[in-house]
Design a binder for this molecule. Structure first.
Ligand SMILES: [Fe+2]
Ligand SMILES: [Fe+2]
Length: 137
């Protein structure tokens, strides 16, 4: 997945974090595709998870600071992502069982839970926040 200019929120700090997020997500996608022995999926997951929490926190700080009217809704999206991400995490110990590393199921799930969600969230929800923050930060 590639960060492109049309994903820009217009807020440099947020865009920078999104680009960083993309790199981490690409690491995860590669890890899932290539298999747990080679890349240690759980390490990548932990890393991505920490960064996601940090990034959501930064956006929420901005929203609170400037009294963003869509704060509750936006925050609820973030919480939903973390919930879904935790579901994905639960699939990982099953790697040795049914779902093999590099399996179709896990790849599809990662793509839906992480890749599709982030792209959609940035393009719609974060961009709306960017519009609001323009000229304020
Ligand atoms: Fe974001
Ligand atoms: Fe967001």
């Amino acid at each position: 997945m590639k960060w492109t200019k049309d994903l820009s929120t217009g807020i440099e700090k947020i865009d920078e974090q999104h680009r960083e997020l993309f790199e981490k997500i690409n690491d995860l996608v590669a890890a899932v595709r290539q298999g747990v022995c080679k890349y240690k999926i759980s390490d990548v997951i932990r890393f991505l998870e920490e960064y996601v929490v940090f990034h959501f926190g930064e956006e929420e700080k901005y929203m609170q600071q400037f009294g963003y009217p869509g704060y509750q809704v936006h925050k609820a999206y973030h919480e939903k992502f973390i919930e879904n991400f935790n579901e994905l995490k639960k699939e990982l110990p099953k790697l040795e069982g049914g779902k093999k590393p590099g399996s179709y199921d896990l790849s599809v799930m990662t793509n839906q839970v992480v890749v599709d969600w982030i792209l959609d969230h940035i393009a719609k929800v974060d961009k709306r926040l960017g519009e609001f923050l323009k000229g304020k930060v």
